[in-house]
Design a protein around this ligand. Structure first.
Ligand SMILES: *[C@@H]1O[C@H](CO)[C@@H](O)[C@H](O)[C@H]1NC(C)=O
Ligand SMILES: *[C@@H]1O[C@H](CO)[C@@H](O)[C@H](O)[C@H]1NC(C)=O
Ligand SMILES: *[C@@H]1O[C@H](CO)[C@@H](O)[C@H](O)[C@H]1NC(C)=O
Ligand SMILES: *[C@@H]1O[C@H](CO)[C@@H](O)[C@H](O)[C@H]1NC(C)=O
Length: 358
C-alpha cells in the first residue's frame, strides 16, 4: 500500500472518531465548528452541512443558508490565524491540533485564554459573513442601506456607496455560536462556563462594531473635495485582533456560580460591561508540558535574549534557561543593477545565534 492509501485510511479513521466524539461530546464543547478552520481534511471538497463538527442546530442553519458554509470556514480560519499572530510571543501560543477539540482544554477551561478564543471566533464569523454580504454573494444580505441619504450636506458629505451590513453578520454569529442570546451584563450571582463563553463571544462581536471605520471619497471640480461620499466598513481583521488582545490583557475575573459561597470581595464586584472579557479560572503558567490539560509547555520554543517582553528567554523559558545554536543564514546581498536589465547579487553567509528554551 502506498502512502496515499494510508493517508486515506487515516482520514476515514479520523472522520469516524470525530463523528463518535461529536455524538458524545458534552454541551460545553459547543465550538467544534472551529475544526473547519484547521482541517485540511475538509477543504479539498466543499464543506457540506453534514460535516461532523457541526451541532444539529448549526446543521439546520447551514441547510437554510448553504451559501454561508464557505464563510463559516473562512471565519474559523481568520480567527485561528489571528489568535496565533497575537500570541506568537506568549507561552500559550494558540497552537491547534488536527483533531477536535481544536484547542484542547483551552476551549472550555474558563480561563483568560478561553475568553480570547470565544471572542476572536465569534468576531471572525461576523467578519467573514459580513464580507460575503458586501461582495454580493448572499441573497439574505447586501450593503447596509440604512445610512443612505443621511449625512451632513452643510459640511459637504453624505453617506453612500456600500457600507458593510454588520447586523446580519452579528445576527448569524449569535445564532450559529450561541443559539440564544441573553443579556449577560445583568447577570447577578456569578457566571457559569456557558454564560461566560456567551458573554465573551458577544464581546468579540462588539469588537467588530467598535473597530469599524469610515472611508470617504472626494468629488468636486478637479479634486476640490467640495462633496464627499462616505461609507463604513469593518476594519481589517488584524485591527480586531489587536483590540481583542488588549481586552485579553485587561480581562476581569468573575464569580464562578458553581462554586458555592463566593467570598465577600467577589460579591461586591461591579457588573461587567459588554466590552470586557471575563474569566472564571486562573490560567496555568503554561511552562511545563501537561498532556492531561493539553498544555504543550515552552520547551524548545525560540526565545529572544535581548527582548524584555514575553518572548524574552527569561520569561518564555520560565527561568529554566536556554540552549544556544549557531544557525547559518544565506542571503542575497550587494545587489547591483547591471545595464540592461537585470540585478546581480552575491550570496552572503552569516552565522547567527538562535536560542531555544530548555
Ligand atoms: C507553539 O509552540 C509549540 C511548542 O511549544 C510549537 O510546537 C508550535 O508550533 C507553536 N505553534 C504556533 C502556532 O506557533
Ligand atoms: C464571493 O463569490 C466569488 C465568486 O463566487 C468568490 O470568488 C469570492 O471568494 C466570494 N467571497 C466571499 C467573501 O465569500
Ligand atoms: C443589557 O442590560 C443593560 C442594563 O439593563 C442595558 O443597558 C443594555 O442595553 C442591555 N443590552 C442589550 C444588548 O440588550
Ligand atoms: C529580539 O528583541 C529585540 C528587542 O525587542 C528586537 O529588536 C529583535 O529584532 C528581536 N530579535 C528577533 C530575532 O526577533
Amino acid at each position: 500500500m502506498d502512502t496515499r492509501s494510508y493517508g486515506l485510511i487515516w482520514t476515514r479513521i479520523l472522520w469516524t472518531l470525530t463523528l463518535l466524539l461529536a455524538s458524545v461530546s458534552p454541551p460545553g464543547c459547543r465550538a467544534s465548528w472551529v475544526w473547519l478552520g484547521v482541517s485540511s481534511l475538509v477543504s479539498p471538497e466543499k464543506p457540506g452541512c453534514s460535516s461532523p463538527p457541526l451541532t444539529p442546530r448549526q446543521r439546520e442553519l447551514c441547510r437554510k443558508q448553504p451559501l454561508l458554509m464557505p464563510s463559516i470556514q473562512a471565519g474559523a480560519r481568520l480567527a485561528i490565524a489571528e489568535c496565533q499572530t497575537q500570541f506568537r510571543h506568549e507561552r500559550w501560543n494558540c497552537s491547534t491540533r488536527q483533531e477536535p477539540p481544536v484547542f484542547g482544554h483551552e476551549m472550555t477551561s474558563g480561563t483568560k485564554e478561553t475568553a480570547f478564543l470565544q471572542a476572536v471566533l465569534a468576531a471572525g464569523l461576523v467578519h467573514a459573513v459580513t464580507r460575503a454580504c458586501s461582495q454580493g454573494n448572499m441573497t439574505e444580505c447586501g450593503c447596509d442601506a440604512r445610512l443612505r441619504g443621511g449625512g451632513s450636506p452643510e459640511e459637504g458629505w453624505h453617506w453612500g456607496g456600500c457600507s458593510d451590513h454588520i447586523q446580519y453578520g452579528i445576527w448569524f454569529s449569535r445564532r450559529f455560536i450561541d443559539g440564544t442570546v441573553r443579556n449577560t451584563t445583568t447577570i447577578r450571582g456569578g457566571f457559569t462556563v456557558s454564560t461566560a463563553n456567551q458573554h465573551n463571544s458577544e464581546a468579540g462581536r462588539q469588537a467588530i462594531v467598535r473597530t469599524m471605520s469610515t472611508h470617504c471619497r472626494c468629488h468636486g471640480v478637479s479634486g476640490s473635495c467640495a462633496v464627499k461620499t462616505c461609507w463604513k466598513t469593518v476594519a481589517p481583521f488584524e485591527r480586531v485582533g489587536v483590540y481583542l488582545k488588549d481586552r485579553y490583557e485587561r480581562s476581569v475575573q468573575v464569580t464562578d456560580r458553581s462554586k458555592k459561597k463566593p467570598r465577600r470581595k467577589e460579591q461586591r464586584r461591579p457588573p461587567v460591561d459588554a466590552q470586557q472579557l471575563v474569566f472564571l479560572n486562573k490560567s496555568p503558567n503554561y511552562c511545563l508540558e501537561d498532556r492531561r490539560r493539553g498544555v504543550a509547555g515552552t520547551r524548545g520554543r525560540r526565545c529572544n535574549r535581548t527582548s524584555s517582553g514575553s518572548d524574552s528567554c527569561v520569561l518564555l523559558c520560565c527561568g529554566r534557561g536556554y540552549n544556544t545554536h549557531l544557525v547559518r543564514h544565506v542571503q542575497r546581498c550587494e545587489c547591483k543593477f547591471v545595464w540592461c536589465c537585470y540585478v546581480r547579487c552575491r550570496r552572503c553567509e552569516s552565522m547567527n545565534d538562535m536560542h531555544t528554551c530548555k
